[in-house]
Design a protein. Structure first.
Length: 201
């Protein structure tokens, strides 16, 4: 089912080979089905792979609050008005990891800042930052939190809120949120408690 890829290259990402391998898999399923035999399809996941969960929703819908509840700590900044201005990746690490409760800020110009105190996280992630124009200067932020009892590679992705853009800033933030779900394994849509979902949801 390897799509013709050499064994030494199996750990490399290769979408074309994956699609080719799926065709082989379909043929195997077809052959097994002819004999009315049960079959199980298992897909490998490498230990180094991240399982990315994006949390999306409109501005001030409670995305950061939701993630804070999962973390068991008030780590991400949240407020009644829109605050999240860039992608924040919350990466699970073991409690004794040297990076635990620290972070990195990746700037658009390629520079990387290290965060030793997460109480200052809002300076790098929100629209109310005093030191940065987060929308223009910050590409993404990564923080390392031991939120599971193991060191599984689980990553939560906090996104800017989305709504129908009415300004250039709104357009930018909508696209950041939209693009953030293109490369994740699971998306959680957070909505306010309303009687029914509307077109925006």
């Amino acid at each position: 089912m390897h799509g013709g890829v050499d064994k030494k290259d199996l750990a490399l990402e290769n979408v074309e080979a994956l699609l080719s391998g799926i065709k082989n898999l379909e043929k195997h399923i077809e052959n097994i089905s002819k004999y009315h035999l049960p079959y199980v399809v298992a897909i490998n996941r490498f230990n180094s792979d991240e399982f990315r969960i994006a949390v999306v929703g409109e501005f001030s819908s409670g995305k950061s609050t939701f993630i804070n509840a999962i973390l068991g700590k008030d780590v991400l900044k949240h407020a009644k008005k829109e605050t999240t201005a860039t992608i924040t990746r919350i990466i699970n690490v073991s409690a004794d990891d040297m990076s635990a409760y620290k972070g990195k800020v990746f700037l658009e110009n390629g520079q990387v800042y290290f965060i030793d105190d997460l109480s200052n996280l809002g300076e790098y992630t929100t629209t109310v930052s005093e030191g940065f124009s987060v929308v223009n200067d910050v590409d993404k932020v990564e923080i390392y939190i031991p939120f599971l009892k193991n060191n599984n590679n689980i990553v939560f992705v906090d996104t800017p809120g989305y709504h129908k853009p009415r300004t250039k800033l709104g357009d930018y933030m909508f696209n950041v949120a939209k693009n953030s779900i293109a490369d994740v394994d699971l998306t959680i849509l957070v909505v306010e408690p309303i009687p029914s979902l509307g077109p925006q949801e």
